[in-house]
Design a protein around this ligand. Sequence first.
Ligand SMILES: Nc1ncnc2c1ncn2[C@@H]1O[C@H](COP(=O)(O)OP(=O)(O)OP(=O)(O)O)[C@@H](O)[C@H]1O
Ligand SMILES: [Mg+2]
Length: 267
Amino acid sequence: MPNMTSNSTAGQDARPVMIEARNIIKSFGNNRVLDDVSLTLGQGEVVAVIGPSGSGKSTFLRCLNHLETIDEGSIRIEGETMAAAVAGERSQYASDADVRRICRKMGMVFQSFNLFPHMTVLQNIIEAPITVKGMARADIVPKAEELLRKVGLLNKRDNYPTRLSGGQKQRVAIARALAMEPDIMLFDEPTSALDPELTGEVLRTMKQLADERMTMLVVTHEMGFAREVAHRVIFMDDGRIVEEAPSAEFFAAARHARSREFLAHML
Ligand SMILES: Nc1ncnc2c1ncn2[C@@H]1O[C@H](COP(=O)(O)OP(=O)(O)OP(=O)(O)O)[C@@H](O)[C@H]1O
Ligand SMILES: [Mg+2]
């Protein structure tokens, strides 16, 4: 990946906590897929989540964004409790209205773009701000255009998604998430469905966001992005966080045998 160097943001201490997940346990039937997972994410931090297939990376992100519910543990977003731990019982969630409101602080981008096929690029971006946030069309359209300019796709404003390449679709998906003005962006393998020559343009858009100090949690197989843009790396295996370290440290000398084995396969 070309010219991605910039993970210069240091000290994680004094910044506001954006995500605080504590001791999360999540099972599907008898299959425990998250086993005591904890994470703290500070404002402006970029954290890469890596690990083998089936290790629970997507499930973890989906729990943070309430696309799945947790069994045990707690989730706080910007200091607000979405799910509270209750000793010996299931976690207790905030009211539906509060959960919805808290989740709006987070935008999510998936591997499979999920654009509305019957809407133009512009319509895709303004839909949620109008219907969910009640924004006026006159206010959101210029903003959507500004976001399209930012991801380099203003000229595709009136195209339908079928006319776009995968990389372009993903950049529209990023613009669409940003149109809701989230404080945190969650990415689940945003480049995995793309041909190699299209991943660069999406990673550059993500790096630009990182440079603007967006708080980002990124599940990725792109080790170049994890090493050069992420401040921290979390390595998951079998539903657990096996290792968590500043990226430079992790890539120079992973402490755990399983992390090293994974890296040997990826690099
Ligand atoms: N809705 C579901 N119902 C039942 N099992 C599920 C469900 N979603 C995920 N799982 C299981 O949970 C485990 C973790 O899956 P998850 O998708 O979180 O892994 P992942 O680390 O994201 O993998 P990948 O790298 O392949 O995307 C797997 O064993 C998977 O089969
Ligand atoms: Mg996944």
